[in-house]
Design a protein around this ligand. Structure first.
Ligand SMILES: NC(=O)c1ccc[n+]([C@@H]2O[C@H](COP(=O)([O-])OP(=O)(O)OC[C@H]3O[C@@H](n4cnc5c(N)ncnc54)[C@H](OP(=O)(O)O)[C@@H]3O)[C@@H](O)[C@H]2O)c1
Length: 264
């Protein structure tokens, strides 16, 4: 079916869902272009002029929690919530987002820093749309996921393996960063170990790999849109981080790339 026809059908049947998915695609395009020129103003790129700020730990929880909450809310409205494959995908999504929303913010060191509310507002809106559209697609729009035959599909097996590989890379890389600071410290050092051997932002690389894996395993439009959005958001930020390291550390390893080993 041509894409325009599929879009009109979807718009007729599920207008809110369709507009939300389209909104995330467009947000990805806009943020990719903007973030290539303007570093998102948080962490090492924080600077004045972005309006009111709030404690970074609190903002992480406020902006990320809508993702697992909206996903769980929409997911459990469906009669298919206890089907095997949807439950596995639910578990993968929750594994990442319960950690990211409720554990990661309290493990960050230097988390007494502040973040502009505007960055949290955009993330909040994205997370509501992303969590709910992904849950809706899995439980209402993806018949291939409602049979256990999908457990043997190469896409599911490969996708789950890629997801957990990305998850492990993301977790390990975030842990390296966390351990660079002693409790109470807030400065920056050069990270070493794991994929830092080749990359400045392997935590972002792991995150992108993770959501590509989820998209392959779920094989739904919102899951691919999520992987797309993650890449459009994190690739430009990885460039900004890479430039920042080169500008601030004269001994920064010259062989490192920003986000894709040996390439980018
Ligand atoms: N799915 C998405 O679209 C998306 C978007 C954003 C983030 N995320 C994920 O959320 C996690 C955090 O993202 P982020 O952008 O905050 O990552 P980040 O800039 O790499 O920072 C992560 C943490 O490590 C600290 N840190 C970074 N570099 C350091 C260094 N050289 N020395 C000492 N401490 C350092 C940061 O402190 P400061 O805060 O003081 O800089 C922060 O607490 C990542 O796993 C990322 O993949 C996902």
């Amino acid at each position: 079916m041509p894409i325009t026809e599929a879009f009109s059908d979807s718009l007729r049947a599920h207008p809110l869902y369709t507009w939300a998915v389209l909104g995330i695609i467009m947000l990805g395009v806009v943020s990719f272009v903007l973030l290539l020129f303007i570093s998102a103003p948080y962490g090492r790129h924080l600077r004045p002029g972005w309006g009111p700020t709030i404690n970074a730990t609190a903002l992480w929880v406020i902006m990320e929690a809508p993702s697992p909450i909206s996903f769980a809310f929409v997911y459990f409205m469906s009669d298919r919530a206890f089907e095997t494959v949807p439950l596995i995908l639910f578990g993968m999504f929750m594994l990442h987002y319960v950690y990211r929303s409720f554990i990661y913010p309290f493990r960050m060191r230097g988390g007494h820093k502040r973040k502009p509310l505007v960055t949290g507002g955009l993330a909040f809106a994205f997370n509501v749309a992303n969590g709910s559209t992904n849950a809706f697609a899995i439980t209402e729009l993806a018949p291939h996921l409602w049979s256990t035959a999908w457990l043997n599909d190469p896409r599911f097996i490969l996708g789950v393996a890629v997801f957990f590989t990305g998850f492990a890379i993301n977790q390990h890389s975030d842990a390296v960063l966390r351990n660079l600071r002693k409790p109470g410290e807030s400065g920056y050092k050069i990270p070493y170990g794991g994929l830092y051997r080749w990359l400045s932002s392997p935590n972002y690389f792991g995150e992108i790999v993770e959501w590509i894996g989820f998209a392959v395993a779920a094989w739904t439009v919102p899951a691919w849109v999520f992987a797309w959005f993650t890449a459009t958001n994190l690739i430009p930020r990885a460039f900004s981080n890479h430039r920042w390291y080169l500008e601030h550390f004269s001994d920064y390893p010259k062989n490192r790339r920003a986000i894709i080993p040996f390439l980018l």
